[in-house]
Design a protein around this ligand. Structure first.
Ligand code: FHN
Length: 614
């Protein structure tokens, strides 16, 4: 019997070339392919590091997404001809040797009448997830949308006759969730792909002579439909790229094709042959898209310097299997999310809905529990970067400028949390989930390291977050020769959850200031004292004006009101008032909103203090 196709890791064939000429030719062609690949990648969509950062920004900040594996495999749900089939549910066609025509019968029955896109999106949103990646087409080839180049889809084959992706796109837009599509390059149903080899499909060695026709007349047109008909997408998440038919240049070409259709889209590493590598054009010459995709694993020390996302199941299957009850606990899943964030990665957590269109109750309960924690602690996940500590005996840490979030998994029984950093670096500490933000007592051990006095009993046994606030990295800005002080957005310390420094595309400002509790602070030196005119340079889109704010410096307060300037990049300068600085020294200047009638406060480019001429 032929060897079965298995997920990537299990069956990379080992070739032995005996003839030296073959070796030379292989090395040469690999070199040429890799060089061409690099050329293609570079020439098609040149992008600076800064542009890439802007494109990746939302994805890096969200940290938590929902993976949805859904298709006609949810009908057999792991059982074929009365036998429970081992392996993951969405692989039942392959694992049970189901012939194409036989498997098509499931597609003809697929009628998930309980499917409610709004409900699914709500479940994700309540869990704190910010994006959804759904299988537009899995390896079995069945399409969840109305594809014009396929008869094997939800409209033409199934009785359901509702475009699932369309309904999800509407619900995602309504709830502010980014919609992303998973898409399998491998296709067990298409005659120009792997279908002719079914059953007894041996993917380890076989190729289809018509595969390039599949790519040209089916794969690419389908992707065009997906990318152009469902609004802006967050990610195109490829899979099934390990088949022998798929090559490195095809991967690069497809990457460019997809980004050509939606330049801001993000594409995972499985578009090319770089699954084992992590991102970009790797040293080995493998093309690995925009981010790495460790599957069912969390890299022990993260993957410093690259973007990555762990995808994982809650039980042991991606697609629904009626008898898989090996669920990870809600505590375990939450700690996995925190562990991943502490290593600088994203968590794409899977659900496998039933053939009726319901997300299994066990998944819903786990997501609700995660959401309950996120409702109080999401600030310690969204927009954070990896832990600065190598290891912490009691848990994990996530970071933001001026803030460390200590995730305590093992609550110290003696009421003292030891943190391996100088006590003097920390200004204050409190429990993130406590609304009153009551300060915790700070002390130092014999080495000057921080000791935080914490309650004897863990407020949350799964993960209590202790927040440390620091002033440490505020740049101290010097005064100019003529006495002027220019405080630029890029030098500010931003305190809060949403506001952040933005650059590129006409921006060089503190933006995304959608939380009125967020504020900005600068530190500067004054050597030439006197009275100063204080002015701000800002932009504010039409209809978003009206926010009131207070500028505080040297114990004086100036009140300001943001005018609408027509757009978020039309910057204007405006004097707010005068301040007196009577002693040389280092000062803090802050801008804090008091009200925010619109969706955001303003885009703040700079604050300037100019000496008043006598
Ligand atoms: O074979 C698939 C599998 O069914 C599932 O879709 C996972 C998700 O990452 N990916 C594959 C193997 O890597």
């Amino acid at each position: 019997m032929c060897k079965k196709a298995k997920p990537f890791q299990t069956y990379i064939p080992v070739y032995r070339y005996r003839i030296s000429l073959v070796i030379v030719l292989t090395v040469l062609s690999a070199f040429v392919i890799s060089a061409c690949a690099q050329m293609t990648a570079k020439s098609a969509l040149p992008e600076t590091a800064e542009q890439r950062d802007i494109r990746m920004q939302w994805w890096r900040e969200t940290r938590f997404g929902m993976f949805i594996h859904w298709g006609v495999y949810s009908i057999p749900a792991g059982t074929y001809k009365g036998k429970q089939i081992s392996g993951i549910g969405e692989w039942i066609m392959e694992n049970a040797d189901i012939p194409v025509a036989e498997y098509e019968k499931y597609a003809k029955q697929f009628n998930p009448v309980k499917f409610n896109a709004d409900q699914w999106v709500q479940i994700a949103k309540n869990a704190g997830m910010k994006y959804i990646v759904i299988t537009s087409k899995h390896h079995d080839g069945f399409c969840l949308w109305d594809s014009k180049v396929s008869g094997y889809d939800i409209m033409d084959t199934a009785p359901f006759k509702r475009d699932i992706l369309k309904e999800l796109s509407v619900a995602c837009r309504k709830h502010g969730i980014r919609l992303c599509f998973y898409h399998s390059i491998m296709d067990w149903h298409h005659p120009d792909a792997q279908a002719p080899f079914y059953p007894n499909y041996n993917d380890g060695g076989r190729t289809n002579p018509n595969f390039s026709r599949y790519v040209k007349t089916y794969l690419k047109p389908q992707l065009r439909e997906l990318i152009t008909n469902y609004g802006p997408l967050g990610v195109m998440w490829f899979d099934g790229e390990w088949i022998k038919d798929w090559t490195e240049p095809q991967g690069i070409d497809l990457y460019n094709y997809v980004r050509g259709l939606q330049p801001d889209i993000i594409i995972n590493n499985r578009v090319g042959k770089g699954r084992k590598s992590m991102q970009g054009m790797t040293k080995e010459g493998n093309f690995a898209g925009d981010f790495g995709t460790p599957e069912q694993e969390i890299p022990p020390t993260g993957l410093p310097g690259v973007d990555w996302e762990t995808c994982m199941t809650m039980n042991d299957t991606w697609g629904f299997k009626s008898y898989d009850n090996n669920w990870k606990s809600k505590e375990d899943l939450l700690r996995k999310l925190v562990d991943i964030a502490s290593k600088g990665g994203n968590f794409l957590l899977n659900v496998g809905p039933t053939s009726e269109g319901l997300i299994p109750q066990s998944s819903v309960e786990r997501l609700a529990a995660m959401g309950k924690w996120m409702a109080k602690n999401s600030e310690s996940i969204y927009g954070t970067t990896a832990s600065p500590f190598e290891k912490l005996p009691w848990g994990r840490c996530t970071a933001k400028p001026g803030r460390l979030y200590l995730h305590v998994f093992d609550w110290p029984k003696n009421g003292e949390l030891n943190v391996p950093m100088p006590r003097n670096d920390v200004q204050k500490a409190y429990l993130l989930a406590r609304k009153d933000r009551a300060e915790l007592l700070l002390d130092s051990d014999e080495n000057g390291n921080l000791v935080v006095t914490i309650p004897r009993k863990a407020p949350d046994v799964t993960d209590t977050v202790v927040l440390l606030e620091m002033e440490a990295e505020a740049a101290v800005i010097p005064q100019a020769e003529d006495g002027t002080v220019v405080l630029k957005a890029g030098d500010a310390v931003v305190r809060g959850t949403n506001a952040r420094y933005e650059s590129g595309g006409g921006k060089d400002n503190i933006g995304y200031w959608t939380n009125p509790d967020d504020y900005v602070v600068w530190r500067f030196i004054v050597t030439k004292i006197g009275t100063f005119n204080a002015s701000i340079t800002f932009a504010c889109a039409a209809g978003s004006g009206g926010s009131e704010y207070t500028l505080s410096v040297a114990k004086q307060k100036l009140a300001g009101k943001v005018k609408d300037t027509g757009s978020w990049t039309n910057f204007v300068s405006e004097k707010i008032g005068t301040v007196k600085i009577t002693r040389p020294g280092t000062y803090n200047l802050s801008v804090k909103p008091d009200t925010m009638p619109g969706g955001a406060v303003m885009n703040l480019k700079s604050v300037t203090l100019v000496p008043v001429k006598k």
